[in-house]
Design a protein around this ligand. Sequence first.
Ligand SMILES: [Zn+2]
Length: 269
Amino acid sequence: MSQPDQELNTGSSAVFDSGRLLHAYLVVGPDGTQRDTFTDRLAAALVCSSSGTVPCGLCADCRKAFRGVHPDIIRRGKPADKAVFPVELIRAVCADSAVMPNEAGRKVYILTDGERMNAAAQNALLKTLEDPPPHCAFILPVADPSVFLPTVRSRCAQLRVPDDPAFDSQALADAERFLELLASSPAEAAAFLSGLDMKKEGRETFFRFLDAAAGLAPARMADGRLSPAMWSRLDRALDRAEMYRVHNLNTGYIVGMLTACLTAPAGNL
Ligand SMILES: [Zn+2]
């Protein structure tokens, strides 16, 4: 089975459409919170038992995934005492991938330290990437995708996370604050959104904030900091915002839509 060699936008809702999940992803971006958050979200999406937009944040698989205890999300990297990612470890991963998942519909392998995977290790992995068991998916977070052989890259969809760490940490901090407010007072969360838009730091800043909020929200739902009802409103509002973004509507208009969605009385949705 072959994987498309394609680059996807991490903000695209197609990435998190349960019907369009793939077997192998390179998550490309500098080491750090944004890439880790995105990788965790993608892993949760791959084990989520819901249909439609994933991760749903509600199912048992999502809850375990966001708590870092899902038995079908397996992380492997270079051991601290080794200089390279041992080829034996890759072979063990490939052998394990033939075994059915414990609980979820898929087993997800997150393979870090791609920079330390030599050609032998990559070729061992390639055989499985070329013909992956249908119940498996691989995520390879990496700063520079060129560390992988072209044959490995061609089997993976590339997802590029934003690469400005200072900028990302601001987007994440704003998203944390917004989600905190949303849990206690949707009206204050809406006011916070308007404040962000007033800063006029630009459209991309605003969308990075929305991406960060979308990335953090499922974990907050899973651990009870955001109610299922509010999560469902937010999820729908963010989907709509993504559509508006694609159609190039201005951020003021998007803030208006988000405010209406987040603060409307329950009966008016
Ligand atoms: Zn789920």
